[in-house]
Design a protein around this ligand. Structure first.
Ligand code: XMP
Length: 469
């Protein structure tokens, strides 16, 4: 093919703003629309993942996302140990039964108990002597005690209220209420198999939508580069989804790594990032359970400016979704509002991944920065110079950054952002007549708009626009 022919054969690719969704006849009340989805077989009540970026997702963000029915992907700008510890925090945040209970012997001193408590950030320890539960130490047994040489056996509560394994949660709640206790050891015969805490029972009621595993623990995903040691550690820490996080997923090394991880660990794997059907097919053949789409659409990305490479995001999502079949598709990058979420879903995504929209919240890492009396938080691309330097612990002299860093407005709590994203998606489902996301993909019709249409679509001809919440 000649060069001129090559130019003429080039297809257009489209961004979110190039299209609108056409209103359909509807019987759907937005409040009743079902926004649940599946990503790599994990059921999510809302189709939103938080980006694996060091200014977005550590344990606080992942806990909040999971509580609200989404999923957080813990970033990898960490040592393996640090990342594992963040994953463990999420898994421990609220399990109805804490199973790997840390027990202590009766001879241990209060000083040692306090050290342990600081190290593990919890304060209740069953006391076990020769395999037998003999007492329990919690904060209220020790909080006013000054003599740190006292032994666990002198301080512990000996009258134990326990529940047999399998006791229904309502019964356990009753037991707690009647005896005014907050923690109940769970027994299998004489053997301690776990602890149930009142906080976790309450939280389960408070977050009925939460993304939980079989044992009631919050679910969490974790990112990795091509590093088997990291994957092994994350799988051991019970991360629920391993996200192979690369700028160019259609690459022998990434395809082979996906195959190897699936073969060695059999864990759920999301691979990416990609933007073409060929890439999707190769990663699916390697065993990926989910595909992450987006080469250069992100708000801090400069891949397209640096390398001139990418596919506009709406087309990239459609490219992959068309060949993905049952494999879930995540639209990653460039989501600016709920309309983009709706369009990404309508064109085949099962969920979206957001960075910028969450980076300004309390749950994102980093402090609030004040400039000209306005509050901001820092947000940076994982391919930006500083993020890469932190990852490899040195400046990379020949390295060409493919991301930038900047400030995003401070936005308060994650739950408010999620509410407005999901509220907008529901509204879109009402307009398109879709009861659920699958129906949205079947029913949504798109219409192309011109640059005049883009201008018409946003607020215009006002001197001052009040920010709507
Ligand atoms: P948003 O638009 O939500 O996008 O800010 C977040 C996504 O952007 C990707 N990402 C990068 N892409 N250079 C890039 O080209 C970077 O430095 C970079 N950092 C993050 C990533 O897919 C993320 O989820």
């Amino acid at each position: 093919m000649g060069f001129k022919e090559k130019l003429e054969a080039a297809k257009e690719s489209f961004a979110f703003d190039d299209f609108l969704l056409i209103p359909n006849f509807t019987t759907v009340n937005p409040a009743e629309a079902n926004t649940s989805t599946k990503v790599a077989g994990i059921r999510l009540a809302i189709p939103i993942l938080s980006a694996a970026m060091d200014t977005v997702t550590e344990s606080s963000m992942a806990i909040e996302l999971a509580r609200r029915g989404g999923l957080g992907v813990v970033h990898r700008n960490f040592t393996i140990e640090e990342q594992v510890s963040e994953v463990t925090r999420v898994k421990r945040a609220e399990s109805v039964i804490i199973q790997d209970v840390k027990t202590i012997p009766p001879g241990i001193t209060l000083r040692e108990i306090r050290d342990l408590s600081r190290e593990l950030s919890f304060s209740t320890f069953p006391v076990v002597d020769n395999g037998k539960l003999v007492g329990i130490i919690s904060n209220r047994d020790v909080q006013f005690e000054r003599d740190e040489t006292k032994k666990a056996s002198e301080l512990m509560t000996k009258e134990l209220i326990t529940a047999a394994e399998g006791t229904p949660l309502e019964k356990v709640t009753e037991l707690m209420h009647k005896n005014r206790i907050e923690k109940v050891p769970v027994m299998k015969g004489e053997r301690l198999v776990g602890i149930i805490t009142v906080r976790d029972i309450l939280s389960r009621k408070e977050y009925p939508q939460a993304t939980r595993d079989k044992e009631g623990r919050l679910m969490v995903a974790a990112a990795t580069g091509l590093d088997m040691k990291r994957v092994e550690a994350l799988v051991k820490a019970e991360a629920d989804l391993i996200v192979i996080d690369t700028a160019h997923g259609h690459n022998t090394a990434v395809v082979e790594f996906t195959r190897k991880v699936k073969k060695e660990f059999g864990c759920k794997v999301c691979a990416g990032n990609i933007s073409t059907p060929e890439a999707a097919k190769d990663l699916i053949a390697a065993g990926a359970d989910s595909l992450k789409v987006g080469v250069g659409p992100g708000s801090i990305c400069t891949t397209r400016v640096v390398a001139g490479v990418g596919v506009a995001q709406l087309t990239a999502v459609a490219n992959v979704a068309d060949v993905a079949g049952d494999i879930s598709v995540i639209a990653d990058g460039g989501i600016r509002n709920s309309a983009d979420v709706a369009k990404a879903i309508a064109i085949g995504a099962n969920a979206v991944m957001v960075g910028n929209l969450l980076a300004g919240t309390d749950e994102a890492p980093g402090e609030i920065v004040v400039r000209d009396n306005k509050k901001y938080k820092r947000y940076r691309g994982m391919g930006s110079r500083k993020a890469v330097a932190d990852r490899y612990f040195q400046e990379q002299s020949k390295f060409v950054p493919e991301g930038v860093e900047g400030l995003v407005p401070y936005k308060g709590r994650v739950k408010d952002i999620l509410n407005s994203l999901v509220g907008g998606l529901r509204s879109s489902m009402g307009y398109t007549g879709a009861k659920n996301l699958k129906e949205m993909q079947q029913k949504a019709r798109l219409i192309k708009i011109t640059s005049a249409g883009v201008i018409e679509s946003a607020p215009h001809d006002l001197d001052y626009v009040e920010e709507s919440e």
